[in-house]
Design a protein around this ligand. Structure first.
Ligand SMILES: Nc1nc2c([nH]c(=O)n2[C@H]2C[C@H](O)[C@@H](COP(=O)(O)OP(=O)(O)OP(=O)(O)O)O2)c(=O)[nH]1
Ligand SMILES: [Mg+2]
Length: 318
């Protein structure tokens, strides 16, 4: 009996995001190579002696004629192709010298974020597309008993902190009060070009045309399939490997993973710390926000260990 060991390939790829125009650079793979004809994030296989960033710099010089000057990890995706196990090590390129062009004759295009869905990518790329579209910070709203104060605080976070992704969490409201608050929150989010996810039942989207739903881990574990359309965002709260696996099975677009640290709201729960967090994120297969005692000062470290960024109530609710 022979056991076939799949080839393992480590690929570095670049998400070059033009933040002002909200465009991303993609390239088309030549028709005669693996995954040919599909679009990709420029990059390629690492040489044995290279780190991810070294390989990325070399590949972008070879393929696009640019020199990377500032880049940060965005997401790592493990994917099984029939013939190989691939690790896509994706970096967000913040700064570079030169004008990118298809140095190997390949088509290269700056594409508006919302049009990315119209381009065919390899199967491994879905989590990358999600990561590209998501910001680094995820605001979870605090409990408030005063509606005017809620609005003021949400608007402050949108305006002054530049928050672009919001989860409306309000466990103390009944459904009609929740829907009312959600409608006002949605109008505010629209003014600032931010996305709003509703923490609750998927049917809430019938009452409020928000951008998606955030599931509690308990609700997540009861589901057998994705409860909302692909055009909406689905996120979930997770705390361990089983819940992350379930999030992948159900087709969540991204998750929070907590508690990173001990928090006043959950003093009895043991924190997982960065080491365990990193192990879990590595195999999550989707963007993960670190939650639990996080502030914006933790965002760079969260990125460095593979997260999309940080989620927080207190750091944004002032
Ligand atoms: N660069 C890149 N590769 C991707 C993406 N998605 C994806 O599945 N892949 C796969 C396709 C290939 O099997 C592998 C990348 O190899 P590559 O052909 O770009 O490698 P390379 O630039 O070093 O080229 P070569 O020297 O082997 O010709 O990763 C992506 O978005 N970007
Ligand atoms: Mg390549």
């Amino acid at each position: 009996m022979s056991v076939k060991v799949k080839r393992r390939v480590h690929v570095a790829a670049a998400a070059m995001i033009n933040a002002d125009r909200k465009e991303v650079l993609i390239a088309r793979r030549p028709s005669n190579v693996d995954q040919g004809g599909l679009w990709e994030f420029p990059g390629g296989k690492l040489a044995p002696y290279e780190t991810g960033l070294e390989g990325l710099k070399r590949e972008l010089h070879e393929e696009l004629g640019v020199e990377i000057t500032r880049a940060q990890p965005l997401i790592r995706v493990h994917h099984e192709y029939p013939d190989k196990h691939i690790l896509l090590d994706v970096w967000q390129v913040h700064d570079y010298a030169g004008e990118p062009f298809g140095r190997e004759g390949q088509a290269v295009r700056w594409v508006p974020m919302e049009e990315l869905v119209n381009y065919p990518f390899p199967a491994a790329n879905l989590p990358i597309l999600r990561a590209v579209m998501l910001p680094t910070e995820y605001l979870i709203t605090a409990e408030e008993d005063d509606e005017a104060r809620f609005d003021t605080r949400l608007e402050r976070a949108l305006k002054e902190d530049g928050v672009r992704l919001v989860q409306l969490r309000a466990k103390t409201l009944d459904e009609s009060a929740y829907v009312e608050r959600a409608q006002r929150a949605l109008a505010l989010c629209r003014q600032y070009d931010a996305r709003l996810l509703l923490n609750g039942e998927p049917s809430l989207l019938d009452a409020v045309d928000a951008d998606g739903i955030h599931l509690t881990s308990e609700r997540l574990m009861q589901l057998e399939r994705r409860p909302i359309a692909q055009g909406k965002w689905l996120s979930a709260s997770t705390h361990d490997k089983a819940q992350l696996d379930q999030a992948a099975l159900v087709g969540c677009d991204f998750v929070t993973l907590s508690p990173l640290r001990t928090t006043p709201s959950h003093p009895e729960v043991a924190p997982m710390g960065w080491h365990d967090f990193q192990q879990l994120v590595e195999r999550a297969g989707m963007p993960v926000f670190a939650l639990g005692g996080m502030t914006r000062f933790d965002a760079n470290h969260a990125r460095a260990v593979g997260a999309q960024g940080i989620a927080s109530i207190r750091d944004f609710w002032k």
